[in-house]
Design a protein around this ligand. Sequence first.
Ligand SMILES: NC(=O)c1ccc[n+]([C@@H]2O[C@H](COP(=O)([O-])OP(=O)(O)OC[C@H]3O[C@@H](n4cnc5c(N)ncnc54)[C@H](OP(=O)(O)O)[C@@H]3O)[C@@H](O)[C@H]2O)c1
Length: 403
Amino acid sequence: MTELHDQDEGPAAWREPRHIAVLGATGSIGTSTLDLVRRHPEAFRVESLTAGQNVDELAALAREFQVRYAAVADAGQYAALRDALAGTGIAVGAGEDALVEAAEQPADWVMAAIVGAAGLAPALAAIRRGVTVALANKETLVCAGELVMAEVARHGATLLPVDSEHNAIFQVLDGERRADVSRLILTASGGPFRHTAREVLDRVTPEQAVAHPNWSMGAKISVDSATMMNKGLELIEAHHLFQMPETRIDVLVHPQSIIHSMVAYRDGSTLAQLGLPDMRTPIAHTLAWPGRMTGPVAHADLASIGELTFEAPDTERFPALDVAREALRRGGSAPTVLNAANEVAVQAFLDGEIGFPGVPASVKTVLDRHDIGPITSLADVAAADDDARAHARSLARRARASA
Ligand SMILES: NC(=O)c1ccc[n+]([C@@H]2O[C@H](COP(=O)([O-])OP(=O)(O)OC[C@H]3O[C@@H](n4cnc5c(N)ncnc54)[C@H](OP(=O)(O)O)[C@@H]3O)[C@@H](O)[C@H]2O)c1
């Protein structure tokens, strides 16, 4: 572990740099993480980086940070990565096992920011090393929440939520007794189609869906925000992270994205965490935890923002939230199926195979027809995930054929 002068102070007080790994280094979260690291070169030593297929960007980052190991998920890109890093002394790998190897490098802080269920095995590998894992990849907890939390406990790992809502709740819970918590309140921006009429939703394009009003994010989570499945995935994530039943987790639409979430306590107090919508704030919180570090994000100027507004989610136009609640209530393999079917449906929407309302509709169909079983191993996760993906793909093919 990094030796600190004083646990209550941030990187400036560290006697030695914190050794870190960034899984999903070329993505939106990975880029924001490395932006923070660049601002504190003395405080961090980057051990490993991964990408899905963007070898050029990965190689450039690996050279810049002089990492020990760089891995690309696409096995066909091995030679390209090897050639791009020839003569640097940086070890390279490709394929799923290489992602796990990247997570197993000697880092004491690991950013898990691969998108989708592909992030599960590397995140688990880091957890099994008993280190601090900053978890952006919410799909890890959605598709295998109980397994993952059991491994966190077994290996004494520290799981720090990066998702802004969960990071807010984590901060607001600090020092409080769990028995005093009445409810968790996840805020949601409402996405780009908050005011879009039901009949117009049939015609919205992928370009419109990924244009989030407040946050700059990868394509998959942007579509999830537009359908509000993102909030459904976050509900499941919050259930596992904070051991809170689904019935005590509320969702509140807050279009300005300044309040990142809240906790209601039994004495009538509701505590919130506020900030501008920039992921570098929650990432900085996890990078410096249990201290704080200086970050590049300005404080929210509430006088110029003027007003913070709230409304209930519209589950008629955005049914994904209820579908996710149902998956969580049903338990077992249902959330795994929800996640896999959603990944396929989002990609089918981005590829123009299905319309926007087809995304939650497809997920619901797959979920309704799935025989729910227990999840007791990664093999159970893989089986439910495969089954759901195959079903969701067949629905997308059928939709394309009949278009
Ligand atoms: N962006 C946000 O503001 C935000 C906020 C909260 C939570 N999150 C969560 O953080 C995670 C990352 O989101 P993001 O917005 O950063 O996504 P992103 O911009 O799409 O980046 C995803 C990263 O994962 C890599 N990747 C893609 N497919 C992969 C695969 N099959 N195997 C291994 N690596 C793969 C990508 O590599 P290439 O570049 O080579 O494709 C990239 O490095 C998601 O789980 C998301 O829900 C994001």
